[in-house]
Design a protein around this ligand. Structure first.
Ligand SMILES: [Zn+2]
Length: 132
């Protein structure tokens, strides 16, 4: 399949049938909110990490649960929406989980996987910026 551009956050046992909130990892502005093949619902937020522009991709969300519109500001820690139901259109058939990736620059790129390790240089490991 290739090299994973981001990190998958799994749900906890018992969360299959409950609403799992997805919180913004950083401040930003909504660039896209749409259905995408491989993700189901996806939202892309422009942001800054280490004074560098990035776009943050949150994948496998229930699109109808996302209140923010394109152009809206989002604050770190704010609930963006809820995870889509596993194996449904909301996750494009995937298990219920969050795909989170950070792409360097301002160009929107929602690829979940890339073909070579070198191409991963265009991406930032979200774990570097997540407070536990
Ligand atoms: Zn993933």
């Amino acid at each position: 399949m290739g090299y994973h551009t981001g990190v998958d956050f799994e749900i906890l046992p018992g969360e299959e049938n409950t609403d799992v909130a997805v919180k913004a990892m950083n401040d930003g502005v909504v660039l896209q909110k749409r259905f995408a093949s491989g993700y189901g619902g996806v939202i892309v937020v422009s942001s800054m990490v280490d004074n560098q522009p990035v776009t943050i991709v949150y994948g496998h969300l229930r699109l109808s649960s996302i209140q923010a519109k394109v152009g809206d500001k989002i604050k770190a820690g704010e609930t963006i929406g809820f995870l889509g139901n596993g194996c449904s259109k909301e996750t494009d058939g995937e298990r219920k989980h969050l795909h989170l990736s950070i792409h360097k620059g301002t160009e929107v790129n929602i690829r979940g996987y890339v073909k070579s390790k070198e191409l991963l240089n265009d991406w930032v490991d979200p774990c570097l910026y997540l407070k536990q």
